[in-house]
Design a protein around this ligand. Structure first.
Ligand code: CAA
Ligand code: NAD
Length: 283
């Protein structure tokens, strides 16, 4: 299966990062978002990051220019019709994702592979929204996409070996390492990471320590590059809550219960860095 043209759906922090690495690696990219402002912000972010890479000597001005030219923005999902691969990176919500996959199933030719960057939702359930579950797969990039080496690759129940191999090779062509894991809530990455973040939020909620102290303990004591609350703000507190809810619902175990403080912040619109306010203030 040859991949030349990729549509990325969702131009938020993940979608923009995925579009960037695909373009830098030579793929033609269509970036689509339902929100026009988000689309423009996504494109501007890519240009800014590539300009910084030129200043640092990581890529040449010519390569930056060629990469930017390879990315086209679009306000219509119908343009997926001539793409070999679609990577969906919209909000972590099953209803929104299944609606998009059902639409893509109508729009794209039968050989097009439909991948999701979901952090935690069952691939098999997303695939069931299409008539091609053999061509649906999880392709889970880490944030920030241009920096992090991992792509978790998750087969749904019906994903074919050929599609799995194609996605593994595509991830490697982006200079990433693909690791296969099975389709369970949160896969491996977020089943391990997110309960730690949730527990860090509980330590603030229960008055054990201030956010700064929790982060210092984990950075200096465990050598984590970011403390868990800084990381939660970076990921997005809405995304953290969706993931905890998926783990809680999927396993039915109280150890995955989202901390009430996390719920409160999300209700207040304190979604972390992208909203200017989370455990820390970014204004
Ligand atoms: N986008 C692109 N590049 C970025 C970036 C961003 N948002 N933030 C930092 N970078 C780049 C910088 O340009 C810099 O590049 P060079 O090495 O070429 O100079 C490099 O990253 C290091 O940046 P800094 O020196 O400014 O800062 P740092 O040393 O603190 O590193 C970091 C920043 C790489 C983000 C580091 O703090 C880190 O690794 N944090 C943890 C990230 C992590 O755990 N990610 C996984 C989140 S969970 C997930 O993604 C799964 C999920 O489903 C929720
Ligand atoms: P984000 O909030 O930054 O961006 C989401 C984008 O999707 C927004 O621009 C929004 O306008 C767009 N969108 C929403 N509904 C849409 C629709 N119906 N059609 C088209 N566009 C739509 O979110 P994000 O952090 O980039 O996360 C996106 C996905 O990636 C989620 O599934 C998340 O779980 C996953 N993910 C996130 C991280 C992270 O650290 N934030 C890491 C790995 C995976």
């Amino acid at each position: 299966m040859n991949i030349n043209k990729i549509m990325v759906i969702g131009a938020g922090q993940m979608g923009a990062g995925i579009a960037q690495v695909c373009a830098v690696s030579g793929y033609d990219v269509l970036l689509y978002d339902a929100n026009e402002e988000a689309l423009d912000r996504g494109i501007k972010g890519i240009e800014k990051r590539l300009a910084r890479d030129v200043t640092k000597g990581k890529i040449s001005e010519d390569d930056k220019h060629a990469s930017v030219l390879r990315i086209k923005k679009t306000a219509s999902i119908d343009e997926a019709a001539d793409c070999d691969l679609v990577i969906e990176a919209v909000v972590e919500n099953m209803d929104v994702k299944t609606k998009i996959f059902s639409q893509l199933d109508q729009i794209t030719p039968e050989q097009t592979i439909l991948a999701t960057n979901t952090s935690s939702l069952p691939i098999t359930e997303i695939a069931a929204a299409t008539k091609r579950p053999d061509k649906v797969i999880g392709m889970h990039f880490m944030n920030p996409v241009p920096v992090m080496k991992l792509v978790e690759v998750i087969r749904g129940l019906a994903t074919s070996d050929e599609v799995f191999e194609t996605i593994k090779q595509t991830a490697e062509s982006l200079n990433k390492t693909a690791v296969e894991v099975n389709d369970f809530p949160g896969f491996v990455s977020n089943r391990v990471l997110m309960p730690m973040i949730n527990e860090a939020i509980y330590t603030v909620y229960e008055g054990v320590a201030e956010p700064e102290a929790v982060d210092e303990v984990m950075k200096l004591g465990m050598n984590h590059p970011m403390g868990p609350l800084t990381l939660a703000d970076f990921i997005g507190l809405d995304t953290c809550l969706y993931i905890m809810e998926t783990l809680h619902e999927g396993f039915g175990d109280d150890k995955y219960r989202p901390c009430p403080l996390l719920r409160k912040y999300v209700k207040a619109g304190w979604l972390g860095k992208k909203a200017g306010r989370g455990f820390y203030s970014y204004t």
